[in-house]
Design a protein around this ligand. Structure first.
Ligand code: PLP
Length: 389
């Protein structure tokens, strides 16, 4: 057999790949598993988005390769979205780069900047692609603990000087996966000043910025004056417009960083299918009012989960945004054992916090991305099992 590259030997099998196998076996034995472990929205995009896709796909001249930077209309639609949602002005030619989903941008941006010996500052717990992308590039990780006592915001001033000397990228993600924490604008201001002071590229992941509740509005990092000089933000229609499978994202902000990212990604993909871009334009330029209705459905599910958790003493905060409830496991349990218990006894699949880093130990993540009825049924099963412990 031909040996694989050393590069991939450091990357262990993705948690969800292993989980899929386990769930398939349970389902094959007749078990009805409710999956609240992944952050893929269960509801479809609004009808006008689907109509735009169909209309474009029905034309004969929409099926070829497209510009790797996406259509001008797509970049302008992102600019429109940033202006209307955050009051941020972006140059569609130089400050917006369409992505095949934000995950692709996170991965390729890291390849553009990191080489062996470089340090990447990542939230712990945090979305795993920041970590895996760093390991692929041969870089080193430095964990920034997200502690409840600090509002799940990292303590930037606690990063040691020798780490800062070797650090190139600082990843932040608010609203946060997995903790559902949100960041006040003052923290983002502090992060921009910190990145400037230490010569870091500040990378903000805003994938959940339009999934918000109770009147909360998430911030774009680019609302901070001068942020474009030191920062890139990745964003996506996956969660904002229920389009996770469509792979539509964008990196926005610092021009030099977007150029570096483009030099990597242009070698790996050939851009989007034009009808997908046309539909994304319809998503961002068209009516946005349905998003509030969608968020209201998520809010009802969130409240159902919180009520059930409280009933059996599972501690959690009430999230103002994201698709998740992050909660502590009962005393004496590890995250992995507790999620295994719930999978086997309640047939409800949740994600152990340890998937997101060492500081995830003692926590589990529930994603309210199945129908309201299924979330209700899952909570009946979970309370029965946890109540009987
Ligand atoms: C924090 C965060 N960033 C990025 C992504 C990737 O999203 P996409 O590639 O669909 O835009 C996810 C997906 O779950 C996420 O949780």
């Amino acid at each position: 057999m031909v040996n694989t590259a050393q590069r991939i030997s450091a990357i262990n099998v993705h948690f969800f790949a292993t989980l899929e196998g386990k769930i398939s076996r349970l389902q094959a034995s007749g078990k009805d598993i409710i999956r609240l472990d992944s952050g893929s929205p269960d509801m479809p995009p609004a009808p006008h988005i689907l109509a735009a896709l169909n209309e474009s796909a029905g034309r004969s001249n929409t099926h070829g390769y497209q510009s790797q930077r996406g259509t001008a209309r797509l970049r302008q639609a992102w600019a429109h979205m940033y202006r209307s949602a955050y009051g941020v002005e972006l140059d569609p030619e130089e400050e917006i780069l369409p992505l095949m989903g934000s995950k692709e941008g996170i991965f390729n941006l890291t390849q553009a900047y990191i080489e062996p010996g470089d340090v990447v500052l990542v939230p712990d717990p945090g979305y795993m692609t920041y970590r895996r992308a760093t390991l692929f590039a041969g870089g080193e990780l430095y964990d920034l603990p997200l502690l409840p006592g600090r509002g799940l915001l990292p303590d930037l001033q606690a990063i040691p000087a020798d780490i800062l000397q070797r650090a190139k990228l600082l990843w932040l993600n608010y609203p946060n996966n997995p903790t559902a924490a949100t960041a006040p604008l003052e923290f983002l201001v502090e992060a921009v000043a910190f990145a400037r002071q230490h010569g870091l590229l500040l990378c903000h992941d805003a994938a959940y910025s339009q999934v918000t509740f109770d009147g909360y509005q998430a911030h774009s990092l680019l609302e901070v004056p001068g942020a474009k000089e030191v920062a890139v933000e990745v964003n996506s229609l996956s969660k904002s417009h229920n389009m996770a499978g469509w792979r539509v994202g964008a990196a926005v902000g610092n021009k030099a960083a977007l150029n570096a990212l483009f030099r990597v990604k242009a070698n790996a993909d050939n851009g989007h299918f034009l009808p997908v871009m046309d539909a994304a334009v319809a998503a961002m330029n068209g009516d946005q009012s349905w998003i509030a209705g969608r968020n209201e459905i998520y809010r009802q599910r969130r409240d159902m989960v919180i009520a059930a958790y409280r009933q059996v003493g599972l501690e959690c905060m009430v999230p103002k945004a994201s698709l998740y409830v992050w909660s502590a496991v009962p005393a004496g349990w590890s995250s992995a054992d507790f999620t295994t218990l719930l999978l086997e006894k309640a047939q409800v699949s949740l994600t152990p916090g340890t998937v997101f880093g060492e500081r995830g130990e003692g926590f589990i993540r529930l994603s309210f991305t199945d129908s309201t009825e299924r979330v209700a049924e899952a909570m009946r099963r979970v309370t029965a099992v946890v109540g009987g412990l």
